[in-house]
Design a protein around this ligand. Sequence first.
Ligand SMILES: C[S@@+](CC[C@H](N)C(=O)[O-])C[C@H]1O[C@@H](n2cnc3c(N)ncnc32)[C@H](O)[C@@H]1O
Length: 293
Amino acid sequence: MAEHQDHLASVVTYYDTHPINEQQIMHALRARGIDLDHLTEDLLKDYDQDHFGGLQATDVLAAKAGIKKEHHVLDACSGMGGPARYIAHRIGCRVTGIDCTESRYLSAIKLSKLVGLETLVNFVHGDALDMPFEENSFDAVIAQEAWCHVPDKARLIAQCARVVKPGGVIAFTDILCTDKLSNGDMRRLRSEMTFPELETISGYARLLELSGCTLLEHDDLSNVWTKVLEDRLLMYRTLAEETERNFGAERAREWDDAYAFFVSRFRQGRLGGARFIARRDRGPVLEDAEEAL
Ligand SMILES: C[S@@+](CC[C@H](N)C(=O)[O-])C[C@H]1O[C@@H](n2cnc3c(N)ncnc32)[C@H](O)[C@@H]1O
């Protein structure tokens, strides 16, 4: 328990000092001459996403999840709410987001109000391992590049399976390890990227099955993401001065070292990524899939 709280605190610090943040988004919008008093989701959507592959990746995930206007979607680890707002605006569905970093949660609320989406999207400050939602609350659960930060994936998947309706979809993308990843690599990723442990494709497939879900499809995105991450490293370097101004030279240097290391492990095939689309079966769901192991 204390160990988990310490881990959550390190995730919060990581995101409190992340180069992509509300202040940086506002700065980028202003630099483009966008009037913040008349901000719309169509303008904001290109600045507030924090996952790989941008809006197109969210489009693919939403399409594969079969999200429709009448649905209520949960974004499990929603960050500043970029994907939640984008999906709500484009499809017209309701989206709830949960995130453990208070600054991200507050930014999500503020940005959603700024673009007038506060009736379609709402946010909860909380831990995805302990979701304060009734069972069968959502038609779909989505997540993008966030579950790598969550230590107990069995419990996480079981929580998602509990809150999604029978027949509902759990659709997510995540960073994965391969058998080439060394213990030393994992130690650095744990301390520098706050990844406590990483799953594999077969690991997630097993956890989904244990939680009463059927894996409908999965796509290995490792090669695509290697290129995306090379570009992302360059993008972070263009933000280096701003990161230094916001969080100090040491954090800016640390960020660059950690991200360069992360990208190198993708290049070497030690890290990978995939998209998973699973359907919750119609039977009862175990509270914690670990109990079944
Ligand atoms: C890379 S961001 C992704 C945000 C969002 N998916 C997007 O694309 O903009 C990962 C988010 O996961 C959140 N997170 C990590 N562990 C969490 C946990 N146990 N519970 C809730 N949120 C968590 C972090 O606070 C962070 O905002």
